[in-house]
Design a protein around this ligand. Structure first.
Ligand SMILES: [Zn+2]
Length: 216
């Protein structure tokens, strides 16, 4: 069985696990030899004029399989217009390079969905921990939803959301938790009442249709 960890900040090479390592600052030192995503996170927009140029140059590399995480966050102090400007620039970059986008969204679903209009590359909303009514418009647009630590001690609301996501729009992730992706798979399979093997086969299919990284 092969596991896909679509978004992690803590990369550990392990047999039967494909992890997409996220780098959201310190672009001078991006990892090599395995799939990575790089982007300007709305929490770290201090040195952005320089960073966006570095990002544009690095994003061409074949190990960079996605742009992000990037997005909008209403709970962070970063100036809102600045967040919108850099999010939009990164959507253009993803479009130019035909690479998928990994989205960080905190209380900004409507604004992000608006900015995504016309964007044709695959889009993954990561770290889903919301009630179904909030993410229903994301599902309706055909975007992907990635679940992580919220599944470890799941409340009724997140279980309801996970069950409602179509199998072909689903991903799982460890983000910054350091837990094993195997634990997240186990929990997701239990909640959806299917076997781990079934979920693994489905997520492999989803990975293959979103990411172009044949070596892994
Ligand atoms: Zn993250």
């Amino acid at each position: 069985m092969q596991y896909i960890d679509v978004h992690t900040h803590i990369y550990k090479p392990e047999e039967n696990i494909i992890s997409i390592e996220n780098t959201c600052n310190n672009f001078s030192n991006i990892p090599a030899g395995h799939p990575v995503s790089i982007g300007l996170h709305p929490w770290y927009l201090d040195n952005t004029d320089n960073d966006i140029n570095v990002l544009i140059a690095l994003a061409q590399q074949p190990d960079v399989v996605a742009i992000g995480e990037c997005g909008l966050d209403k709970l962070v102090k970063t100036d809102w217009n600045k967040q919108v400007k850099f999010f939009d620039q990164q959507l253009q970059l993803a479009t130019d390079l035909c690479k998928p986008v990994i989205i960080h969204c905190v209380r900004a679903f409507a604004e992000i969905l608006f900015l995504l209009k016309g964007i044709k590359v695959p889009v993954i909303f990561h770290g889903i921990n919301n009630k179904l009514s909030l993410v229903q418009p994301v599902i309706a647009q055909g975007y992907y939803l990635s679940f992580g630590k919220a599944l470890l001690n799941p409340g009724a609301s997140i279980m309801h959301t996970l069950k409602a996501v179509p199998a072909d729009q689903l991903f799982l992730e460890t983000d910054d938790t350091g837990v094993s992706i195997r634990e997240i798979y186990k929990s997701a399979a239990e909640i959806r009442n299917i076997t781990e093997n079934e979920i693994a086969l489905q997520l492999q299919k989803n990975y293959d249709s979103v990411f172009n990284y044949a070596e892994y």
